[in-house]
Each structure stands twice: as structure tokens, then as C-alpha cells.
Design a protein around this ligand. Structure first.
Ligand code: SF4
Ligand code: SF4
Length: 70
């Protein structure tokens, strides 16, 4: 699922504009992620100038993180 690093986010609002799902909203308290709307398209991650957004790969790609080398 999508995660926000609050320490990095400058609340510029750019990610809100590039999200096709309307999954991001900027409030006076900061950025709100509506995970139920997010389809992990990564538009916001690519856009964010400070790298404040990322995907929690443990949850999002749980099945592909197996020890498949052995
Ligand atoms: S684009 Fe990055 S810095 Fe701007 S509001 Fe979104 S997460 Fe925060
Ligand atoms: S990953 Fe895509 S759908 Fe999810 S919040 Fe970012 S831009 Fe919106």
C-alpha cells in the first residue's frame, strides 16, 4: 500500500493533481491517502519532487518476495 514520509513531504499538492483515482487529498493537517481508492499506479511516487511517497512492498508484493533463488 502507498505510504507517505511525513518528514519529507512539503505539502506542495502536486501528487494530488496527478492522481487519476482521487486517492490523495491535501488538508490543513497534511496529505491524506485514501487507500481504498489507490490502485498503486505510482504516478504520485514518480511525480513527488522529494521522494516522500513510496509503496510498502511487504504488503503490496508479499507473494513475489519469496526465497525463490533456492
Ligand atoms: S508531491 Fe510529495 S511533497 Fe508534494 S504533497 Fe505530494 S507527497 Fe508531499
Ligand atoms: S499510486 Fe496512483 S492511484 Fe495511488 S495515490 Fe498515487 S497516483 Fe493515486
Amino acid at each position: 500500500m502507498l505510504q507517505l514520509d511525513l518528514k519529507l513531504c512539503g505539502e506542495c499538492g502536486g501528487c494530488v493533481a496527478v492522481c487519476p483515482q482521487g486517492a490523495l487529498e491535501l488538508y490543513s493537517h497534511g496529505l491524506l491517502i485514501k487507500s481504498d481508492r489507490c490502485n498503486l499506479c505510482e504516478n504520485c511516487i514518480v511525480f513527488c519532487p522529494v521522494g516522500a511517497l513510496g509503496i510498502n512492498t511487504v504488503q503490496a508484493k508479499n507473494s513475489s518476495l519469496g526465497k525463490d533463488k533456492y
